[in-house]
Design a protein. Structure first.
Length: 240
């Protein structure tokens, strides 16, 4: 009982196959099994085509596995309908994407308020909460800007504020520095580290780069849909 409570993610023999155009199917994930505990900072790393995004879509309740069992915060989410999945996502997960996925015609404040729309909060509380989050990412003076007026690093900080606004159990980040230069990328990764250490927010970050994975405390390495390493960050990428 205790065990499932402190696990945010519990993946048990997850397999995923996609139908192939000419018939039959292609298996992309094979018996993926791992747990992530509350407060961990985990990198999921692997070369292009290894199954990272497929894995992230399952973790993020954007897709369901072909077989196996997936529990998110102790709740079995293996076979939910798409409406039920949407509810789970909104309640538990804050997403951060490579391309930021901000609404370009809406202000920074509106963007951060977005996940609060379905929370039954009155407008005043939504605004207060969004401002708190912008303050936390160092953007309190930018609430009325449009995303297009900001640098890439700032846009990603807006996306992080938005991800945090709903009070998620888990931040799920897919190549969060992929569209940033290395200076801004380092800033974002340092910020993730701080969120994890100071606020105890659980972070799962997908990346194909070892130098980015190193910011995490644990590395899960996937190759051809199999986990071939799960443990501390190794000293050298060649050990993977
Ligand atoms: N929706 C889909 N339909 C069919 N094949 C897919 C789909 N999504 C991913 N794949 C296949 O699964 C494999 C792994 O893809 P992906 O999970 O995107 O890898 P990564 O994110 O590590 O680059 C690839 O061969 C890809 O073509
Ligand atoms: Mg991918």
């Amino acid at each position: 009982m205790k065990k499932t409570q402190e696990n945010i993610i519990s993946m048990n023999k997850i397999c995923k196959s996609f139908p192939v155009e000419l018939g039959g199917e292609q298996q992309v994930l094979f018996d993926i099994t791992f747990d992530v505990k509350v407060g961990e900072f985990v990198a999921i790393m692997g070369p292009s085509g290894s199954g990272k995004s497929t894995c992230m879509n399952i973790i993020g309740a954007l897709d369901t596995p072909t077989s196996g069992k997936y529990e998110l915060y102790g709740k079995d989410v293996t076979h939910l309908t798409s409406d039920e999945l949407a509810k789970v996502r909104n309640e538990y997960i804050g997403f951060v994407f490579q391309q930021f996925n901000l609404l370009s015609k809406r202000s920074v404040l509106d963007n951060v308020m977005l996940p609060l729309m379905y929370r039954g909060l009155v407008m005043e509380d939504r605004i207060r909460r969004a401002r708190e989050m912008l303050n936390r990412v160092g953007l309190k003076d930018f609430e009325s800007y449009l995303p297009t007026q900001l640098s890439g690093g700032m846009k990603q900080r807006v996306a992080i504020a938005r991800a945090l606004a709903g009070g998620p159990k888990l931040i799920l980040a897919d190549e969060p520095t992929g569209a940033l230069d290395s200076k801004m990328g380092n800033e974002i990764l340092t910020f993730f580290k701080k969120l994890n250490k100071d606020m105890g927010i659980t972070i799962v970050m997908i990346t194909h780069e070892f130098d980015i994975a190193r910011y995490a405390d644990r590395l899960i390495h996937i190759r051809d849909g199999h986990i071939n390493y799960d443990g501390k960050i190794p000293r050298d990428e060649r050990n993977l």
